[in-house]
Design a protein around this ligand. Structure first.
Ligand code: 4NP
Length: 163
């Protein structure tokens, strides 16, 4: 059985694909590709089918990550199918829970920055309308949070029960 992680932002072309690809990189390094799988989605449908933003890809490339994937919109069934859902900011968090009117899956939804151990940011900031520095910051922050997240997952009861 696999433990399933879903990363969510607004457009699914900047932050959440970066989180997905960085996490896959760390999972590969840790030799855990058979037990943890990652996906990402956007709360909006603005960019459905689009590849990751090229400014984001440039920032990721500096850290040895090539972004793969195409944008898709978050759907209600995702809340049922994934084990843990990571929101990049508070607005994403609210928009995810909006699909869960009964509050059945609330415990699965977390803010990505809760898992950062070095950086003190509370949210992964939306870099879309800013300069290249903002994209670089997103990558640094996501490396930190993904490392903490991997630690959290492998030590969780849910992961240990599944694997
Ligand atoms: P993301 O960034 O949510 O990190 O993928 C954005 C991408 C597109 C837009 C906003 C944020 N947009 O407004 O089109």
């Amino acid at each position: 059985m696999t433990y399933k992680l879903l990363f969510v932002c607004l457009g699914n072309i900047c932050r959440s694909p970066s989180a997905e690809n960085i996490m896959n990189h760390l999972i590969q390094e840790a030799g855990l590709t058979d037990t943890i799988i990652c996906d990402s989605a956007g709360t909006s449908g603005y960019h459905i089918g689009a590849a990751p933003d090229r400014r984001m890809n440039a920032a990721a490339g500096k850290r040895g990550i090539e972004l793969q994937g195409e944008s898709r919109k978050l759907k209600p069934v995702d809340l049922q199918q994934f084990d843990l859902i990571l929101a990049m900011d508070r607005e994403n968090y609210q928009d995810i829970l909006y699909l869960d009117r009964e509050g059945k899956y609330e415990a699965k939804v977390r803010l990505m920055c809760d898992f950062a151990t070095q950086k003190t940011d509370k949210e992964v900031p939306d870099p879309y309308y800013g300069g290249q520095d903002g994209f670089n910051h997103v990558i640094d922050l996501l490396f930190d949070a993904c490392n903490g997240l991997l630690d959290y997952v492998v030590n969780s009861e849910e992961y240990q029960a599944k694997t």
